[in-house]
Design a protein around this ligand. Structure first.
Ligand SMILES: [Zn+2]
Ligand SMILES: [Zn+2]
Length: 287
């Protein structure tokens, strides 16, 4: 095996001002070696078209800085929804995010795993997932982004919260080659994985590999949690200022599953918070 290259560390970057003058500049300000962006309103359905010149400048800038790019799909996307209109809009939004991701050279598009919303319809929701998502995955062109499923904090009939849930999720999607995983540490803690314990981060990464196999983890969201273990609440805290604490994040840099997998912080506190959290992770990585 070649020597391990250090995982890149970055942040979710705001796109106010555009991708190149907003997000790329932000990456420079906070010291990000990888960026995640929204390509439309994260809390709405309206797709936004890209600006070819801005896209080009962004791609060039990211290539020059060797900055991998990830897109986060809107939060409303839910292919497991009992509401037909929500499912239809979700497909459109996912196709849009993957298409825009391809245009800006993104390595992955992150989407929340979704939920059945109401009880006793998990099988139905997984059937919808299969029927709606397989054609979307098949349509991603070669060299386009992977779709990275992000397990949620749990509660509300989540389709995947604990990483073990990903096994069934991947099964219904036939282990599609375009499919990957984004692991959010805050969500995992909320779903009951005790990351605060020594060895807890290692354990969740090993369980993830057991559920979906090697090479599927494409991105880590490194966030501390404002709520206790198993809360099913998704409220991010700055690193070391939540219930997980800082030390467990060091385990992210030694497990084989995170080899060459970038880390992105989605923590509060704006640019100052991100600069600080990136510096903390870098100290854990390089120290
Ligand atoms: Zn997310
Ligand atoms: Zn996340």
């Amino acid at each position: 095996m070649p020597p391990r290259r250090p995982s890149r560390i970055g942040a979710h970057a705001p796109t106010a001002g555009g991708l190149s003058r907003g997000a790329l500049r932000y990456a420079g300000q906070v010291g990000a070696e990888v960026v995640q962006v929204f390509v439309s309103n994260p809390r709405g359905w309206a797709p936004s078209t890209g600006d070819a010149r801005d896209d080009h400048a962004f791609r060039e800038g990211c290539a020059a800085g060797k900055i991998p790019v990830f897109v986060h799909a809107p939060y409303l996307v839910n292919l497991g929804s009992p509401t037909a209109a929500t499912r239809a809009k979700s497909v459109v939004a996912l196709r849009h995010a993957l298409g825009r991701g391809a245009e800006i050279g993104a390595r992955g598009v992150v989407v929340h795993a979704g939920s059945a919303v109401a009880g006793a319809r998990r099988e139905e929701a997984l059937g919808q997932l299969r029927e709606l998502l397989l054609p979307v995955l098949d349509a991603v062109p070669d060299g386009g982004p992977r779709l990275l499923v992000e397990p949620t904090a749990g509660g509300g009939q989540a389709l995947a919260a604990r990483v073990e849930d990903l096994a069934e999720y991947f099964d219904v999607l036939e282990q599609h080659p375009r499919l990957g995983v984004c692991l959010d540490t805050c969500h995992a803690y909320a779903a009951g994985h005790d990351l605060a314990e020594p060895g807890g981060v290692r354990a969740v990464l090993s369980a993830l590999v057991k559920a979906v196999g090697r090479g599927r983890l494409g991105l880590v969201h490194a966030n501390d949690s404002r709520d206790p273990l198993g809360s099913t609440r998704d409220r991010h805290a700055a690193l070391g200022q939540g219930d997980i604490g800082l030390d467990p994040f060091g385990e992210l840099f030694v497990h084989p599953a995170t080899r060459d997998v970038p880390l992105v912080v989605e923590t509060p506190g704006g640019a100052d918070g991100h600069r600080r959290d990136i510096a903390l992770l870098r100290a854990l990585r390089d120290g």
